[in-house]
Write a protein that binds this ligand. Structure first.
Ligand code: SF4
Length: 342
C-alpha cells in the first residue's frame, strides 16, 4: 500500500515519471491477472432516475423533457441472449434508480440464469436500495453490484448529488455483508474537488474492501447544471487508475468509455495505465440513444473496438473472475459463438 504522500505525488506524475508509474501498474496487473482483460456486456434497462446528480442528463429534473423508456424483461432477456452469443459471461444490468427495476428484475434475473445454464455473473448497477431488496436480488441470482461513491468528500457529494454519502456507504456495506462482489467508483476532476479528495477516494476504495473500482474523468454533459464547467483531465484519471492498481492490485479496474469520449484513444491509455476490464454495449439501438449518460453523443463501445484495443495492448479477453477464479475462461476474440468454460 502507498502512503498518502506517495499517492499525491503519483497523481500528478507526467513524462518519464508517469511512464514508470504505468509500467509498474501493468506489471502488477500481469502478476495478479496475467495478460488478460475481463469482458462484460451491459444492458441499460431504463433512463428514468429519482436522483438528481448535477452532472447527469438523466437526472430527475430532466425527466419530463427526456424520452423515457423502461425495457421489458422480455427485451432484457433477448439482449442477454446476444451477450451469451458473443461469448461473454458477465451480464451488467444498469439503469437509473427507480422502484420499477425491482419488478423487472424479479422476472429477468432467473430467466437470464437459465439462459446461461447458471454459468453467468449477474452484475447490477441499480443504485441505493434497502438491505432486504439487495437480499432479494441476491436470492434471485445476482452475484455482484456496482455502487460508485463518486466522491468521498461528504460536502461535495451532498452538493453535487443531493444525497448523503453516509447512506451510499451504508448500502455498500450491506452489499458486502450479503456476499456480493462490490464495485465502487469515482469521478475525477469534478468541479470543486481537490487533489487531496482524490487521495481520500483511493483510500476509501481500499478501506471499504471494494472488489472493483472505476475512475471516470468528469464530462460536462449538456442540459445539466455543470454543462459549462471544463472537461476533466484524462491524465489525472489515468494516473488515478494506475495508483489504484498499485494501492490495491487485486482490484478489477475498468477502462471506461468516458476516457474515450474525453480523448480519442483514451481507453487504450486506460489499459496502459493498468486497467483490466472493458464493457461492450448491448442495449438496443433505439434505447441506446435515449440513455443519456454523457448526453446524446456519448461513445458507445462495440465488441470490435474492445478486441482491437486488447490485441494492440498485447492482452487477451477473458470471462468472469468471480465465477471460476482458477479456470481459464478466455473469450474467443472475433468469434461469434458461445464460449465453453471448462
Ligand atoms: S448519475 Fe445515476 S443516480 Fe445520478 S442522476 Fe444519473 S442515473 Fe441517476
Amino acid at each position: 500500500m502507498l502512503t498518502r504522500s506517495e499517492i499525491r505525488s503519483y497523481l500528478t506524475a507526467t513524462g518519464p515519471a508517469q511512464e514508470e508509474l504505468f509500467a509498474e501498474a501493468r506489471r502488477l496487473r500481469e502478476e495478479y491477472f496475467g495478460p488478460t482483460v475481463i469482458l462484460r456486456g451491459v444492458i441499460e434497462i431504463t433512463n428514468v432516475c429519482r436522483v438528481n446528480c448535477d452532472y447527469c442528463p438523466m437526472r430527475r429534473d430532466n425527466t419530463p423533457e427526456n424520452d423515457r423508456y423502461f425495457m421489458s424483461s422480455d427485451d432484457i432477456v433477448e439482449r442477454a441472449r446476444d451477450i451469451r452469443e458473443a461469448g461473454i459471461d458477465i451480464v451488467l444490468l444498469q439503469g437509473g434508480e427507480t422502484p420499477r427495476n425491482l419488478a423487472t428484475m424479479e422476472d429477468a434475473i432467473p430467466r437470464i440464469r437459465e439462459l446461461f445454464d447458471g454459468r453467468v455473473e449477474i452484475l447490477l448497477n441499480l443504485g441505493n436500495l434497502r438491505r432486504s431488496q439487495y437480499e432479494r436480488l441476491r436470492d434471485l441470482g445476482a452475484t455482484s453490484y456496482i455502487l460508485k461513491h463518486e466522491t468521498s468528500d461528504p460536502d461535495l457529494h451532498k452538493a453535487i448529488r443531493h444525497e448523503s454519502l453516509d447512506e451510499r456507504l451504508r448500502c455498500f456495506r450491506d452489499l458486502l455483508d450479503l456476499g456480493y462482489r462490490v464495485g465502487t467508483g469515482l469521478i475525477s476532476s469534478l468541479p470543486g474537488q481537490s487533489l487531496e479528495s482524490i487521495v481520500d477516494d483511493i483510500e476509501l476504495a481500499q478501506s471499504l474492501g471494494a472488489h472493483m473500482c472505476s475512475v471516470a474523468p468528469f464530462v460536462p454533459a449538456p442540459n445539466t447544471p455543470l454543462q459549462l464547467e471544463p472537461a476533466g483531465s484524462n491524465e489525472l484519471a489515468l494516473n488515478t487508475i494506475a495508483v489504484l492498481r498499485l494501492h490495491r492490485p487485486q482490484m478489477l479496474i475498468p477502462s471506461v468509455s468516458a476516457l474515450e469520449k474525453t480523448s480519442a484513444g483514451g481507453q487504450s491509455r486506460g489499459l496502459e495505465a493498468g486497467a483490466n476490464v472493458m464493457t461492450v454495449n448491448f442495449t438496443g439501438d433505439s434505447d441506446q440513444h435515449r440513455y443519456l449518460i454523457y448526453g446524446k453523443d456519448r461513445y458507445v463501445v462495440r465488441k470490435r473496438h474492445v478486441e482491437d484495443l486488447t490485441r494492440a495492448s498485447g492482452l487477451r479477453l477473458r470471462g468472469s473472475v468471480f465465477l471460476d477464479p482458477d479456470a481459464s475462461s478466455d473469450v474467443p476474440v472475433g468469434a461469434g459463438g458461445r464460449k465453453r468454460v471448462s
